[in-house]
Design a binder for this molecule. Structure first.
Ligand code: GDP
Length: 469
């Protein structure tokens, strides 16, 4: 390809991604890395020797123009001052901004100022933390996160490390597509689906026979405050019932069987387990119903373990509260909590399908736990507390007494909230310590009613795989 031939970098229909940063942080190397074999076009600007370069980058089917700016030093005059106006133009025309930092040198006041400037544009900003040439340099990433941006990528322009992830995120920022880094859990929903206020919350009632599931459903749907939608004759999902409570849309999963009371006491355990699993797969929130008189049994504990496994949000409904003396209720609830100890994250509501007491707590708590389940904590916010949490109780030693380091944490996914922790020896971090970390996440952020996932990952560099045209 020659410069005089087709000039793809001139194609005005392509969106622009600008690399911004102070001089010598490695923008040019990163530019070359990203543009790869494509020829860079140097824009002719009289009077300025170093100026913007344009190149075309293609990644997983998305093409964009990449600009490399001379270097932005807000305090500088002269040649740097000229570069500043160049850079500002590049910032202005860009759809996505990549702020390049040098982690070897650390974050300087200039970096902070540039970060401010980029933030004020309101455009998507990705951070390329450059010169992360080996895992040993990861600690300085915490400093990078303190700049307050979520999308931080440890890269090495020299070695190509992390460049693939940066490109994935760039393409996602350009297209608004979900980053391939964040796989959707099987049966789960994408953030767009769950975070959208409009999507109905899918609620399933599970529990042993005769605990009062059908009665609760009938009570709930019979409540004046609940608006049951007319089901068209041939609906796609005749077993589900849509309803509205306080303006919030719900979908009651698998209600047909529950509304038509059936004798299902005779089902084998395997069949009822299968039914429960199928129900969970179709729900966002699960109400585990327990008979207040009998309390939670081994069978309930098994259902609770299915719920935990499924990653669904949940609440525990202690029903038939009318059969228990008021003074006994707290004791009953405490006993249920104890029996289902590993579902300690789920709130408990006490109801009576007969008197209607507590019934409206169900849609109310469902809405709350759903909100927690879909919640995303920004990386910058997570890392504000992470260092302190790790310092307060450092992880146990790794292989051969080696020092286990935990570098930073990011929330990779919602529904359920899932976190990645970057570590030098992820395998050395056992269950008790992982539990400590999830408990700390709960202490700080709540996440009531939602299971949490925590994955430790070695911070290995991914080689960028370039798609040739
Ligand atoms: P399911 O098998 O879980 O759907 O349970 P049902 O809704 O069929 O209820 C089983 C039995 O418990 C029925 O006789 C209901 O009338 C009774 N029941 C359900 N909820 C309550 C409640 O809150 N209080 C009392 N006293 N009885 C209830």
């Amino acid at each position: 390809m020659s410069r005089r031939g087709r000039r793809p970098a001139d194609d005005p229909s392509l969106p622009i991604v600008s690399l911004v940063g102070r001089p010598n942080v490695g923008k040019s190397s990163l530019f070359n890395r990203l543009v790869g074999g494509q020829p860079a076009l140097v824009e002719d600007m009289p009077g300025v020797t170093r100026d913007r370069r344009y190149g075309v980058c293609e990644w997983v089917g998305t093409r964009f123009r990449l600009t490399d700016t001379g270097g932005l030093d807000p305090g500088a005059s002269g040649i740097l001052g000229a570069m500043r106006s160049q850079t500002l133009r590049a910032v202005d025309e860009a759809a996505v901004l990549i702020l390049v930092l040098d982690v070897k040198e650390g974050i300087t006041p200039v970096d902070q100022e540039v970060a401010q400037l980029l933030r004020r544009t309101g455009k998507p900003v990705l951070i390329a933390a450059n010169k992360v040439d080996s895992a040993t340099r990861e600690p300085s990433m915490a400093e990078v996160f303190r700049l307050g941006f979520d999308q931080v990528f440890a890269v090495s322009a020299a070695h190509g490390r992390g460049v693939g992830d940066l490109l994935d995120a760039t393409v996602a920022a350009l297209g608004g597509a979900a980053s391939p880094e964040l796989p959707v859990e099987k049966g789960g929903r994408t953030a767009e689906e769950t975070e959208g206020e409009s999507a109905p919350i899918r609620l399933a009632f599970v529990g042993k026979p005769n605990v009062g599931k059908s009665s609760l459903v009938n009570r709930l749907l019979g409540e004046e405050r609940v608006l049951v939608h007319d089901q068209p004759g041939t609906t796609r999902d005749p077993i589900d019932t849509p309803f509205t409570w306080q303006g919030r849309e719900f979908m009651l999963v698998d209600t047909a069987g529950l509304r038509r009371r059936r004798a299902i006491d005779t089902l084998t355990e395997a069949v009822s387990a299968k039914m429960a699993r199928d129900q969970l797969a179709r729900a966002d929130v699960v109400a585990l119903v327990i008979d207040a008189q009998n309390g939670a049994t081994a069978e309930d504990a098994k259902l609770a373990s299915f719920i935990e496994e499924s990653g669904r949000a949940a609440l525990i409904v202690v029903n038939k509260g009318d059969l228990i003396r008021r003074a006994e209720i707290d004791g009953k609830v405490a006993a249920v909590r104890e029996e289902l100890g590993f579902m300690a994250w789920a709130p408990v509501v006490v109801t009576s399908a007969v008197t209607g007491r507590g019934a409206s707590e169900i849609p109310k708590m469902t809405t709350e736990v759903f909100g927690q389940w879909c919640r995303r904590v920004p990386t910058s916010e997570l890392n504000k507390h992470f260092e302190e949490v790790v310092t307060r109780r450092p992880p146990p030693a790794g292989p051969g007494g080696s020092y286990v380091r935990l570098y930073y944490i990011t929330q990779a996914q919602t529904s359920p909230p899932s976190f990645f922790v970057s570590a030098n020896y992820p395998k050395a971090v056992g269950l008790p310590y992982r539990r400590y970390l999830t408990n700390q996440l709960r202490n700080i952020y709540g996440f009531e009613g939602s299971p949490l996932r925590l994955v430790l990952r070695a911070h290995k560099g991914k080689k960028p795989v370039r798609r040739e045209k």
